[in-house]
Design a binder for this molecule. Structure first.
Ligand code: NDP
Length: 324
């Protein structure tokens, strides 16, 4: 019987996978197969930095398939401050999961990289061939190098042992169960939280930067469906970018307008243009994804505003228990 173990099952992406598996009909394209068991593990099931606890988790659940999402994840500030911690903990987590997947004879392993791992000096759009073609940005080199090593290890496990290991490269993710910590959140959850507080407190909503930079955002539940597709249909060691198209970039101003609407904020909002913007664009190509899905896949990304509305509603309804 197939057992799919999702590491990091309590996080943003893990909970989106749980939602998809719980709500899509059994046997349907993104649903679970008949007789298949899905386990959504958290760090309470075992600390994956520790080889013995990782092995114990594999011996307990006996996964035939693993979707490996667990990672030490954080925003810019945390990445800059704790470079060695990000490097070492992610190396340990990934090495333990890959090794246990090999020794415990897991038939398929999909790990999760990120577009932050790409070189700093790179030609755009990003594509799957450019991961190792130069050093990553110095602000997150610990996280980036640890994640890049997964791709190196996947190739080595395949060449030496024939393992069916691969990896996905998502762009910026948002959705229910995100991290809304004001100090450490990614741009969408941080702005949602700020806007919500401005509404509650009757204070101005001030957004850092000019609002002009463009980004590709993927809704966590769309990403979750793509992970299920990879599990069923993608057997290639080479990584694959999971993203909306380059023509579906949205500006931070568009993001802010959608948040204001979803939160129902009626006050004034403004951009603090004295604050840094970051890079104007860093587009990633989803050409390979569209080719592999094929013209008849029927897969559609949720429109940005609709996805944002779902995420904001979730945050407001779960404010007391969300990661703030
Ligand atoms: P979250 O921070 O929301 O969740 C992290 C998950 O990892 C939690 O389930 C956490 O468990 C688990 N975890 C962390 N440390 C350990 C450990 N030592 N042992 C066992 N489990 C652990 O992450 P996301 O869902 O946002 O990210 C999922 C993946 O996607 C990651 O690999 C990340 O690098 C990647 N990614 C994320 C992006 C984003 O925008 N968020 C963008 C691109 C890639 P617990 O709840 O018990 O702490």
């Amino acid at each position: 019987m197939a057992v799919v173990l999702v590491t990091g099952g309590t996080g943003l992406v893990g909970q989106a996978l749980k939602h998809v598996i719980d709500t899509e009909p059994e046997g349907s394209k993104y649903g679970k197969l008949k007789g298949e068991t899905w386990i959504f593990a958290s760090s309470a099931d075992g600390d994956l930095r520790d080889p013995a606890q990782t092995l114990a988790m594999y011996e307990k659940y006996k996964p035939t398939h693993v979707i490996h999402l667990a990672a030490l994840v954080g925003g810019l500030f945390k990445n800059m401050k704790y470079k060695l911690t990000f490097l070492r903990e992610n190396i340990l987590i990934n090495d333990n999961v890959l090794h246990a997947s090999h020794t415990q004879k897991t038939t398929k392993l999909i790990s999760c990289l990120s577009t932050c791992v790409f070189p700093d000096a790179v030609t755009y759009p990003l594509d799957e061939t450019k991961i190792h073609s130069g050093p990553p940005h110095e602000s997150n080199f610990g996280y980036a190098h640890a994640k890049r090593m997964v791709d190196v290890q996947n190739h080595a496990y395949k060449e030496e042992f024939g393992c069916n290991f691969t990896s996905a490269i998502p762009t910026n993710i948002f959705g229910p169960h995100d991290n809304y910590d004001l100090e450490d959140a990614h741009v969408i959850p941080a702005l949602v939280h700020k806007c919500y507080l401005a509404k509650q407190n009757g204070t101005p909503f001030i957004v850092s930067g000019t609002g002009k930079p463009l980004r590709q955002f993927i809704f966590s539940r769309d990403l979750a469906k793509l992970f299920v597709w990879m599990l069923r249909d993608y057997d290639d060691v080479e990584p694959i970018i999971l993203s909306v198209g380059e023509d579906e970039e949205v500006s931070i101003k568009q993001v802010t307008d959608a948040i204001v609407k979803a939160v129902g904020f009626k006050g004034e909002y403004s951009f603090d243009t004295t604050r840094a913007d970051g890079q104007f664009r860093k587009p990633a190509s989803n050409k390979k994804l569209l080719e592999r899905l094929g013209p008849n896949s029927g897969f559609q990304f949720t429109p940005f505003e609709e996805a944002l509305d779902i995420s904001v509603k979730w945050f407001i309804e779960n404010y007391d228990t969300a990661r703030t």
